[in-house]
Design a protein. Sequence first.
Lengths: 188, 555
Amino acid sequence: MFTAIGVMVGIAVVIGVVLGWSAIRFKVEGNPLAEKIDAILPQTQCGQCGFPGCKPYAEAIAKGEADINQCPPGGEDGVKKLAELLGVEPKPLDETHGTPKPKSVAFIDEQTCIGCTLCIQACPVDAIVGAAKQMHTIVAAECTGCELCLPPCPVDCISMVPIAEDLPHWKWKHPVVMIKQLATEEHA
Amino acid sequence: MSRELFKFKGGVHPPEHKAESNARPIHPAPLPKKLVIPLRQHIGNPAKPVVAVGDPVKKGQMIAEADGYISTAVHASSSGIVTAIDLQPVPHISGLPDLCITIETDGHDEWIDRKPLDLHTEPSKLRMQLRDMGLAGLGGAVFPSAVKLDPGAAHPCPTLIINGGECEPWITCDDVLMRTHADEILQGVAIMRHLLGCSEILVGIEDNKPEAIAAMRDAAARMDFAVEVVAVPARYPGGGAKQMIQVLTGKEVPSGKLSTDIGIQVFNVGTTYALARAVHHGEPLISRLVTVTGHVLRPQNFEVLIGTPMHTLITLAGDRDGTTGVLMGGPMMGVPMPNLEVPVVKATNCLLVKSAELFPPLPKALPCIRCTRCAEACPAELQPQELYRFAKAGDFGRAQEYHLFDCIECGCCSYVCPSHIPLVDYYRYAKSEIWAREKDKRASDLARERHEFRLYRQEREKKEKAEKLAAKAQAKRAELAAEPAAQGAPSDADAKKALIAAALARAQAKKAEIAPKNTDNLSPVTQQEIEEIEARRAKIRELARQPLESDEKKT
């Protein structure tokens, strides 16, 4: 019996040493879960979730400090993906954090702009070009549509323009719609 | 002609309907009053306009230049005045407008100065000249031809295949072109051979076009290099590039690779003809053959200027009552046109006018019973029933694992489906959804990168500001320390005192220098007062000097 205990203890010690060593040797820097969550988030950096950017929100989710349904730009789709990643039930978007809007980009009315640079300071992705007392403009390709530049503007010269569908951005639609229409026509 | 032929898997035999349109001679379509020429007629970047509204243009003049490597130029199809550069409806299933150049024709049809290209110029230069000739693949993909004519250092291209398959039902433009312009097609082949350095040249033509095969063989016999014209069994989609390669050579293009990776380049006969016109006659690609067939009075092929509105062709061929729609392309792969005002473009090989008798509406789609008939018909050897399942469920990752992007959208699966499911529509949907997501992913990666850089920049600016302030304070302290240091005062407190003393001394010296201006004629009383004040001041000065003196004593 003592031999058996001895063997078990011996195995335990060996495994313990190996595990302890590998915990130090193969230590993962940062929080891999937060990074995975961050990859799902839409990176608008709009702060509607209540955190200053997508990464802090991802970290909060990873720590269990925030719910998965606080990101309106991500929409229901984003919530579903987060739920899948975290192995929890998807839930409807929390309306208190805002509702999903069609994708849009900010547009500065250059006639009204007074060149105060307040929007430049507010833009989370540095997508506004301009200088003090110079006209500002938006780099549309880099604008995430976060709307953070709207409140600081003292002359309300920024508006959100929805991205219109054009040929390069056109998508084939899901064909089911057509089948359903046919079916209802037949029944009618 | 004892070449061993191979078979590709799958394929279907739809009714051919070629005889309707291939008997009539090619009819040049009349010059329209207005040409609308889209700038996005090819794969790659749309061309950039080089003319302005109001400019007069001649036939064949470049009106938009290639933008980047994978792009090609666009030319005026006739002479006239540029009246607009704006968004116009284009032949696309969505019906969305795109940037077009509108030319009001003047009826003179006056050419630019056409100069044949010199074949002996450096190949890279010649390719740029061909790019400026607006050449793009006329078989349907409209890929810029100049790019395909670059053999590249890594891929020698020993085999050149000229594709005269034209497997899609109803279409006969390649058939008629081969019958009438076989010599010029082979002149184009000679140019390709020169640029690519091919040793083996095969022309694949489906055996339902005996006249075309005979004409091409006649012309091939007159060439000074070996061209093998091969009759391949007619089976849809035998005219697909990958299928044609497999039938002629037995080689399969690996998934996700190009035919050039296995040393084969494929060109459509129409492209070859256009190349010959460009090189030997200096004519850019401004017209093409278009089959107008289906529910029309006189189905035939027209030589059409790019930019001609589609409805004029249908009127020419004789429109009939009971039209239920028009497809651009054939019945298998064609796309319905939202309206007929749209212009003919480089990709327009056929206008197929539909009627209820010729194309009865499909019955309602039924659920998939997983009979796998689609898998038997699929020439790309995919599992269409699985792709359908994943696409329908939005499981695009799995669809990609099942090689969705190897699907050539030939429509064989939809054709054989007993449940009449529009399978190809699902694949197109899945493909465009995947592309859109990739685009979104790139955009969000860019946003993340920019946001992180902004945070880093703000941190850096804060640090730089703090450093600057610290440096400024440091400099002042050093300056303060400098004077007493000269006098040999080591401690900070001493330095401060010394500075204060020095400042005082300076102030006194200044005061002493200033001579009061009203002191010339003073009454004795005033003089006495002044003297008293001076004495008091001297006392204060004495007092102020004392600590300094004591300091000096200390040192």
